[in-house]
Write a protein that binds this ligand. Structure first.
Ligand SMILES: Nc1ncnc2c1ncn2[C@@H]1O[C@H](COP(=O)(O)OP(=O)(O)OP(=O)(O)O)[C@@H](O)[C@H]1O
Ligand SMILES: [Mg+2]
Length: 355
């Protein structure tokens, strides 16, 4: 049985639909993130799961029981869930240990048990030595870890996190991503993680639900989502990509400058227009025409623009017969000048059909 199920959940505000027919099931111990641009309905979805807001249609189930519907909702305090808000707040007048133990005190745990469980979780988040400090005496990352410890110590059935790292600087954010994943692996808590940062979602999550305008566009594991995006929105939102339009002619798909056997592509397009995405690092540049190696797709091209990013080159190349330039990512040692003639090799298997 799934731990948490959202079934046809919608939420409207007046005439505006913020969450639109949302369907998602989480297994026990799974970490799923909701990823999407600002205003796409992530926080609204999380607030409905937590019980702070009712759906206008659909149901939310926890362990097989309906906890939210348009007709009635179980109040947040009865849901055994913890939520970390977009602007996480820890109490400034309590020490680290008091902050972390507060939820247990509310739940009427005895002082010995509180002490034991607080010590245990502070050890895990590496704050044992700071247990008597006040929040004002902590760094942003340490405060963040207090907020995490506080929400995990009560052993919630589901942990909800709304952009928990948005207040941190880039380095700390990167470190905390791994921290969150580590805590998840240690306690196997079912988690819904809201973010608009694709790297954060990829590092932390078992699966990612990409949202756009209140709807789920695709739910998949990070690898599948990146390598096999199903829609133009997902392909463009998860990393950089090139979009190409081809036309099915007999057994081939013709892209203007080159054509590819439809059967060689990941999914062979039907008749008519065929839209594909190909990642910049899936295209390879060669100075000379590579020896025939069975790859059907090697096209002469010209370097139009280039930028050196240290870790890689970002090239823009033009192909005869194709109006747009293709973006190609190359290793630092693969140096080509602007106006250099090159050969572009495209592996048909890397062309992903999108709708
Ligand atoms: N109480 C409300 N009344 C009216 N409109 C609302 C309300 N709450 C949210 N909205 C609207 O619903 C949409 C989704 O809001 P939501 O807060 O869920 O977005 P989000 O994906 O969390 O965005 P962000 O990444 O900026 O936090 C927005 O257009 C927002 O203006
Ligand atoms: Mg939000």
């Amino acid at each position: 049985m799934s731990k948490l199920v959202l079934r046809n959940v919608s939420r409207t505000f007046g005439g505006f639909t913020a969450v639109d027919d949302f369907n998602l099931s989480l297994q026990e111990g799974e970490l799923v993130s909701l990823l999407g641009p600002s205003g796409c309905g992530k926080t609204t979805t999380l607030r409905m799961i937590a019980g702070f807001m009712s759906p206008t249609a659909g149901t939310i189930e926890l362990d097989g029981e309906v906890i939210s519907s348009a007709a009635s909702s179980l109040p947040p305090e009865k849901r055994k869930m913890s939520m970390i808000f977009q602007s996480y707040a820890i109490w400034p007048n309590m020490t680290v240990a008091e902050n972390v133990g507060f939820g247990l005190k509310v739940r009427k745990a005895g002082p010995d048990e509180i002490r034991r469980r607080v010590d245990e979780i502070l050890e895990v988040v590496q704050l044992g030595a700071l247990r008597e400090r006040y929040p004002a005496e902590l760094s942003g990352g340490q405060q963040q870890r207090v907020a995490l410890a506080r929400s995990i110590v009560v052993k919630p059935a589901v942990l909800l996190l709304d952009e928990p790292l948005s207040n941190l600087d880039a380095n700390l954010r990167e470190e905390m991503r791994f921290e969150i994943r580590r805590l998840h692996d240690e306690f196997r808590i079912t988690m819904v993680y809201v973010t608009h940062d694709q790297a954060e979602a990829m590092v932390t999550s078992d699966r990612i639900a990409v949202m756009n305008k209140g709807r789920i566009e695709q739910v998949d594991a990070p690898y599948e989502l990146y390598s096999r995006p199903k829609t133009r929105f997902v392909a463009g939102f998860i990393g950089r990509t090139n979009f190409l339009e081809g036309r099915r002619i007999g057994p081939d798909v013709d892209f203007g400058g080159f054509s590819v056997p439809a059967a060689a592509m990941q999914a062979d397009g039907s008749d008519g227009a065929v839209h594909v995405s190909i990642r910049p690092q899936s295209i390879v540049l060669h100075r000379n025409r590579p020896a025939a190696d069975g790859s059907p797709c090697c096209v002469p091209a010209t370097v139009q623009r280039r930028a050196y990013l240290g870790e890689y080159w970002d090239y823009h190349v033009s192909l005869p017969g194709i109006s747009q330039t293709l973006r190609v990512t190359a290793r630092p040692q693969d140096v080509f000048e602007v106006d250099d003639p090159v050969f572009v090799r495209i592996d048909p298997d890397q062309l992903t059909l999108i709708s």
